[in-house]
Design a protein around this ligand. Sequence first.
Ligand code: NAD
Length: 457
Amino acid sequence: METGYLRELRQSFSSGRTRDAAWRKSQLRAILRLLDENENQIFQALQRDLGKHPIEVYRDEIGVVKKSVTYALSCIDKWMAPKKNQLPLLFFPSRAEVRPEPLGIILIFVSWNFPITLALDPLVGAISAGNTVVIKPSELSPETSAFLARTIPAYLDRKAIKVIEGGTDIAENLLQQKWDKIFFTGSARVARIVMAAAVTHLTPVTLELGGKCPAIVDSLSATLDLKVAAKRLAAGKWGACCGQACIAIDYILVEQKFSSALIELLKKSVKRFYGENVKNLKNLSTIVNKHHFNRLRNLMEDPAVAASIVYGGEVDEENMIIQPTILLDPPLDAEIMQEEIFGPLLPIITLDNIKDSIEFINSRPKPLALYAFTKDDAFKKQIVAETSSGSLTFNDTVIQFVCDDLPFGGVGLSGFGRYHGKYSFDAFSHEKAVLHRSFYLELEARHPPWNDFKLRF
Ligand code: NAD
């Protein structure tokens, strides 16, 4: 039995108005207006939910979505246009096209760490493709969830795009309904629940998950390269939501002989970017809640791990801050090296030879993002050819997320499906094969009665 909101969404979709290019564009422009006219409210919500600095909020949330909308607006006519296909002679006389059509009603689950981007970026794709949508924000970022529930109906077509707030019970109830696609960003644990529920209606799913993202650091020799690498590594660990990001560096792999130089450089960057005293750290997001704070504290205070801390390790429980912390060679069977860290702890694992990093990575689940800092072209080729990950970035971190020309998504345990730019449009479209035949040139050989002559054909 369909609930009231689903009936309304289905009616909106059936009316055909969401397929219209003008509707799609008007909704995309409405997202731009929503962001422009509510910047301060977004800054405040993310300050309260995650202690994010407004510049970080602008860069990672408002700016990212505005870029996606602007790009979609500039491409949407091209994306919507049917593509004519050349057919082999056998089909003469015919013509064919591949026509993208919207799927229908989309359910988007959002995680708490980038609660604007991870709600609105998929929404941009779903609208561009002409769908109706329900967004389910995370209950762990309540201020941003309330902001979306307040502003989306005020700016967008409320009969076609809805926000449903709530925790597990609401999420589970949503999963019992029939959707045309579920787009899920979150943990592998909940992804299993989502996929199991999707089986009932054979609903297609995209799973944007996480995992442990390694950074291989080859022994760079030029001073400039080292300094740049250290800054980018620090940014890739602590710079976006304080390591609470699916594509944040989880651990670094480096040759033993180079580890102390690397640690010194990382310390320098950390002190410069965020300060030293845990009570006085700047530009660093807070840990989302007590549960995650305690989880992270337990990871580093595990007696087998604590001895490996070479920098940081302090916490400020009152303000939910954990100092950027570097650990050298914690035991590989400790939880910190088995589970996704999703916070400001950075293990550095030393190897005798940096080439061994490939085997190290391949013996673990496929990462969402793999980073490698090296100037060795042969080693680069080897990493490309011999590892598998959602993305692979050389000599930088995290910025692959904002490149509309690259697909974003995981592989193996880091998820499946992809989005961003045209890939988002495709994620929410069905490519329908349309074949137009003529009544001329009827070939009798294709019809019975079958005989020896037709067999030779
Ligand atoms: P989560 O799986 O706990 O929650 C994600 C969403 O699922 C939320 O909206 C939540 O309300 C909902 N949910 C929770 N329990 C549910 C249930 N029983 N049934 C149905 N829905 C339920 O994940 P999280 O803590 O919000 O996010 C952290 C994880 O997400 C990390 O693993 C991280 O790597 C991953 N992540 C991935 C990306 C990406 O783009 N690939 C981005 C951000 C986070």
